[in-house]
Design a protein around this ligand. Structure first.
Ligand SMILES: [Zn+2]
Length: 280
């Protein structure tokens, strides 16, 4: 029986295809791109209560391309793609980052260059989510107002090691939102503010015709264990706000009956079609 089910899934995946153009029948296409990996030698910083002390964990770093008949949205911009040129990766200590394929090379498989993408939005501005943001500076930047203020604050400009990764967005066409933004105006691609991890962290809901509703966490949950145990990492702006956002997220997931994708969770990523295959 398992073999039969596997064979059927293969056929379904093959039928999903890999068209270079968005469907013209109103369908939305959802692609998960490989935008790097972070091997964590000690997960202690992922729980302020020490729940993961000494654990090793392999995190994935995806980017997501949502192709809507009205335009393309890139959700999160991954690790900075010059990392591909350092095959052994960078970082020692607790975090080791690697990247196998550039974002631009993956987009090229769909016949796309970064400036073909109409909209960029990021779950938050940490360097594993904003790494290639400068490449998308000609897109319209859909920004959570609180995150935008944080990103372009004097403190981030002067002291963060990663401001330069997204500096070009300061002059991009920008659509600002406070609580929620319906990207294409049809309720199918909706960004919702769920602050705490950073001042203006957000999550993304995508309603697909065949695959159903998907809910992408950003780093509200850093990995599967974080959702199980409701852990707040030490690298987090506001723990109380994070816990409140977790409640809001779970209520939304339940209301939408959504498939939750914890973005850094390898098991969630591996269940998605391998790029350039997609969900629709
Ligand atoms: Zn992250």
């Amino acid at each position: 029986m398992v073999k039969v089910i596997t064979a059927i899934s293969v056929i379904i995946l093959a039928a999903a295809g890999c068209a270079a153009e968005p469907a013209d029948d109103g369908r939305i296409q959802f692609y998960a791109l490989d935008c790097g990996a972070i091997d964590v030698a000690d997960m202690s910083s992922f729980s302020r209560e020490g729940k993961f002390d000494g654990e090793k964990y392999a995190l994935v770093v995806p980017c997501f391309l949502i192709r809507h008949p009205k335009g393309d949205l890139l959700w999160d911009a991954g690790l900075e793609q010059s990392l591909v040129d350092t095959p052994d990766g960078i970082g020692g200590g607790a975090f080791h980052s690697t990247m196998k394929i550039k974002l631009t090379d993956q987009l090229a498989q769909l016949g796309l260059a970064p400036n073909d993408i109409e909209f960029l939005s990021i779950s938050h501005s940490h360097p594993d989510h904003a790494g290639n943001a400068n490449l998308l500076a000609s897109s319209t930047f859909i920004a959570n107002q609180a995150e935008h203020s944080f990103m372009f604050s004097d403190k981030m400009k002067e002291n963060s090691g990663w401001f330069e990764l997204y500096a070009a967005l300061e002059n991009a066409d920008t659509v600002m939102f406070e609580n929620e933004h319906d990207v294409f105006g049809d309720g199918n691609v909706v960004i919702t503010s769920m602050p705490g991890h950073t001042p203006g962290s957000s999550v993304l809901l995508v309603r697909l015709r065949n695959a159903g509703p998907l809910l992408l966490t950003g780093d509200l949950y850093t990995h599967a264990g974080a959702r199980e145990l409701r852990t707040v990492p030490t690298f987090n702006t506001d723990a109380q706000a994070t816990l409140k956002s977790m409640d809001q997220f779970e209520a939304l997931a339940k209301k939408e009956n959504a498939r939750v994708i914890i973005q850094h969770e390898k098991a969630d990523f591996e269940k998605l079609p391998t790029f350039p295959e997609f969900l629709d």
